[in-house]
Ligand binder design. Structure first.
Ligand code: ATP
Ligand code: MG
Length: 425
């Protein structure tokens, strides 16, 4: 295959070792989010390009250089979604749900951004996202954060830091923005090229530049949280109070700005020190203006998205589950009974590996390699008697059993080791 096709840069293959970890994360998300009464949605990967230009903002990295978009054969400008929130708002409006009151959704799936590929930064990656439409209060922001916290705790990821900030609102941000632009303009020489370009187009994003020289120059930059209006200040205080009540630890980081334009008030990131520069595993905030921006009724909302691949990098390897039973069929005459026995064992809840026929030696080797707990041998005698020779690979014990007895034996053994059937839903 050395001369064959290669993967596109920045995308990856989810092979079984990795998919087991992804599934563990997805199952934790489904379980925790449903306890918070959120419902799963599955939304399109393809959306109109204009949806993202309108929602995320033209001056953002995503829209200005990272979107995978194309004009299709019918002349429509279509985009592989770079994030989930805009599509969720579109779907919610299109389904007429804005009339039905608050809505709680979550989703998981691939997102696409043409970023510079590096560890923890892919061009096709997966997000688990959550959106809560129609709620305005700081208590709901805290509930969201408690839910994110519970999800990460379920995964055994406790050494993470929650950072929160407030980005203000249309009442207080413009004045702050002006002050910031003036402050940055005076120090433009000390900033990197990207930051200099952003002073006018997206000044708040300058605060979050990763270049060290910029960070040094920005040490005393004016911060949004010192310039909040009364309502935004009260909201931020309410958030901190509710987090305190829930005993969710946090630090205020006035430099969190988020890459997207549509955020207002609460913004947050959950960060690890274990992934270098790509340490944000979950991020989100309030986006009170977005629904109206996309043509809907004014609707406050809050949400977050977690990067599945980054979370997976923090988890230990997930061991493969071995099949419960290997079926060894000896001779053509035994074949029909062996096939039916394998199916019956599966219907009884066992996972069954067909060992592939051939010599007993070869089939036992397969069973051994796959780590099966039991081997069911079916030769002509067993087929004639409607039974199977049942070998416990742990104890070496052998018995002749009916298929029903074998199912019972399998269930009992796996229950006692708390894996296999007993832990399957
Ligand atoms: P970053 O600051 O790391 O670029 P972002 O602000 O662009 O993140 P969001 O758009 O808020 O991130 O996405 C939420 C989460 O999705 C991130 O915290 C991260 O875990 C994950 N994520 C974002 N972009 C990528 C990517 N290119 N590859 C892998 N994961 C990503
Ligand atoms: Mg980014």
């Amino acid at each position: 295959m050395s001369k064959g096709f290669r993967r596109i840069r920045g995308v990856h293959d989810g092979l079984p070792d990795m998919v087991r970890r992804w599934r563990r994360i997805e199952e934790a998300a489904r379980d925790v989010f449903s306890r918070y009464a959120f419902a799963e949605v599955r939304l399109p990967v393809l959306e109109p390009t204009a949806l993202f230009v309108r929602s995320i903002g033209e001056a953002t990295d995503i829209v200005s250089k990272e979107m995978y978009h194309f004009v299709d054969q019918g002349g429509d400008d279509i985009c592989l979604r770079p994030e989930g929130t805009a599509g969720a708002v579109r779907a919610w409006l299109q389904a007429g749900l804005s009339r039905a009151g608050a809505t709680r959704w979550f989703y998981m799936g691939p997102m696409f951004r043409r970023e510079r590929p590096q560890k923890g930064r892919l061009r096709q990656f997966q997000q688990i996202g959550v959106e809560w439409f129609g709620v305005a209060g700081p208590v709901e922001d805290a509930e969201m954060l408690a839910m994110a916290h519970a999800f990460l705790h379920r995964l055994g990821l406790d050494g993470l830091r929650l950072e929160i900030n407030s980005l203000g609102c249309p009442a207080c941000r413009p004045a702050y923005r002006e002050r910031l632009v003036a402050w940055l303009s005076e120090r433009a020489d000390a900033l990197c090229d990207t930051c200099r370009e952003r002073i006018q187009s997206n000044p708040m994003r300058v605060l979050d530049c990763k270049v060290e020289a910029c960070q040094a120059a920005l040490a005393d930059a004016p911060e949004m949280i010192a310039h909040l209006c009364g309502d935004c200040a009260a909201h931020f205080a309410g958030l901190k109070e509710a987090l305190g009540a829930l005993e969710v630890a946090y630090v205020v980081n006035p430099r969190i700005v988020r890459g997207l334009d549509y955020y207002s008030r609460t913004a947050f990131e959950i960060v690890t020190d274990r992934l270098g520069a790509q340490g944000t595993v979950l991020a989100g905030g309030r986006y009170d203006g977005l629904v109206a921006e996309l043509g809907g009724p004014a609707t406050p909302a809050v949400g977050f998205a977690a990067g599945l691949e980054r979370l997976a990098m923090l988890l230990p390897e997930e061991p493969a589950e071995c099949p419960d039973v290997g079926v060894v069929a000896l001779g053509d005459a035994a074949l029909p009974h062996a096939l039916r026995a394998a199916r019956a064992l599966r219907e009884g809840g066992c996972s069954v590996l067909w060992c592939g026929g051939g010599s007993a030696r070869r089939q036992f080797k397969v069973a051994d390699r796959e780590g099966v707990r039991f081997v069911a041998v079916i030769g002509e005698d067993e087929a004639a008697a409607g039974r199977l020779a049942w070998k416990d690979m742990h104890s070496g014990e052998q018995r002749t059993l009916t298929v029903d007895e074998a199912i019972k034996a399998c269930r009992a053994a796996l229950r006692s080791t708390a894996r296999g059937i007993a832990s399957r839903p």
